[in-house]
Write a protein that binds this ligand. Structure first.
Ligand code: SF4
Length: 292
C-alpha cells in the first residue's frame, strides 16, 4: 500500500471522511519493502492506494507514481509491477511511458465510474466524458496489448436513459478487459446521499445486468481471439484441478486465471503456454513446446 487516504471530492464516496486526506509513504520505505518481498521470492508487486495516481503529491521531494515505479523497477526479482486504482484525469504521460516501457506491467485498473458529462459533474469527478474517452484511447494506442480494468456506477441519482445509453455504448466498444458494475447506494454524510431524482431499483438492476451482459460478449470475443496463441503466464499455485497461473493482464484474486495441467510449474515460475480454450474468465492452456 503506497499511500493512505484521499483528497478527491467524489460526491458518492465516504472514504475521505474516515480515512482522511492523502498520506504517501516515502519512496525509500516502499523500496525497502519491495526489497524484503523480493528476498522472499516475490515475482510481482501490486501497488494500491485509494488513489495511486496522487502518490507523492504530499511529499517534499516531489515523488510521483512514475518515479516510484522507476525505483521499484531497480529491485531485482519482481518482474511485474501492477498499478491499481488510478484516477483517470491523473493518468499522465509519465505514467503511460512507464507502462509502455515496462516499469509497470501492461495493465491498469482505472475506475471511470461514468462517461456522461452530467453524471460526472454531479459526481464531482472533475473531468468530462471526453477526457475519460481520450485517456482510455491514449492507453490503448500507446500500450499495445494493455489490459484495462475499470468500474462503473449505475443508478446514480439523476442518471437518465440517455446518460446510461452513453455509458452502455462506451462499454460496448470493448475497451475494458475487466469490468466491475456497481449499483449506486447512498453513503451517509456524502453529498450524493441528499440528491433528488433517485433511479428506481428495478431500473438500476436492469442497467447493471445490461452492462454485465455486454461485457460477457467482450470477454467471449477476447477468449476466441486468444485460443491457439502462445502467451507468458506466472504460476500462482496448484490444487486438485491443476496448476493455476495468470497473464500479465490479470491481477491476483481480482481478474481471470489460466488453468494448466497438474505439475506444470511451481509458484513464481514464468512459463510460456499455448491457449487451448476458455470459459468465462478462465483460460485453459498447456505448456508450449520449447521454441514456440
Ligand atoms: S472514489 Fe476514490 S478517488 Fe473518489 S473520493 Fe473515493 S477514494 Fe477518492
Amino acid at each position: 500500500k503506497i499511500a493512505e487516504g484521499c483528497d478527491r471530492p467524489c460526491a458518492f464516496c465516504s472514504i475521505p471522511s474516515f480515512r482522511g486526506g492523502l498520506r504517501s509513504r516515502s519512496i525509500d520505505s516502499l523500496e525497502r519493502e519491495a526489497l524484503g518481498l523480493a528476498l522472499r521470492g516475490a515475482r510481482e508487486l501490486v501497488l494500491v492506494a485509494q488513489d495511486t495516481t496522487a502518490y507523492g503529491s504530499d511529499l517534499p521531494d516531489r515523488a510521483s507514481l512514475a518515479t516510484l515505479l522507476d525505483r521499484l523497477a531497480r529491485v531485482e526479482g519482481p518482474r511485474w509491477r501492477r498499478v491499481l486504482y488510478a484516477f483517470p484525469s491523473a493518468v499522465d504521460e509519465a505514467l503511460i511511458e512507464r507502462i509502455a516501457g515496462g516499469a509497470a506491467c501492461r495493465y491498469l485498473d482505472m475506475p471511470i465510474q461514468h462517461v456522461s458529462d452530467s453524471v460526472l459533474r454531479s459526481m464531482r469527478r472533475g473531468m468530462s466524458g471526453r477526457l475519460v474517452r481520450e485517456t482510455v484511447g491514449r492507453l490503448l494506442e500507446r500500450v499495445p496489448g494493455i489490459a484495462l480494468r475499470t468500474s462503473v456506477l449505475v443508478g446514480y441519482p439523476g442518471e437518465s436513459d440517455r446518460d446510461f445509453e452513453e455509458l452502455r455504448r462506451f462499454v460496448g466498444e470493448g475497451a475494458f478487459r475487466h469490468l466491475g458494475v456497481f449499483r449506486f447506494s447512498p453513503q451517509e454524510g456524502t453529498p450524493a446521499a441528499d440528491l433528488p431524482d433517485a433511479v428506481p431499483d428495478e431500473v438500476v438492476l436492469g442497467r447493471q445486468q445490461e452492462l454485465l451482459d455486454l461485457q460477457e460478449e467482450t470477454v467471449r470475443a477476447r477468449n476466441a481471439s486468444w485460443t491457439g496463441r502462445t502467451i507468458e503466464v506466472l504460476v500462482d499455485g496448484e490444487d486438485g484441478e491443476g496448476t493455476w497461473a495468470r497473464t500479465e493482464g490479470d491481477a491476483p484474486e481480482i481478474d481471470g486465471a489460466v488453468l494448466l495441467p497438474p505439475g506444470s510449474g511451481a509458484p513464481g515460475d514464468f512459463l510460456r503456454v499455448r491457449v487451448a480454450g476458455a470459459a468465462g474468465a478462465t483460460l485453459f492452456a498447456e505448456p508450449a513446446p520449447s521454441g514456440a
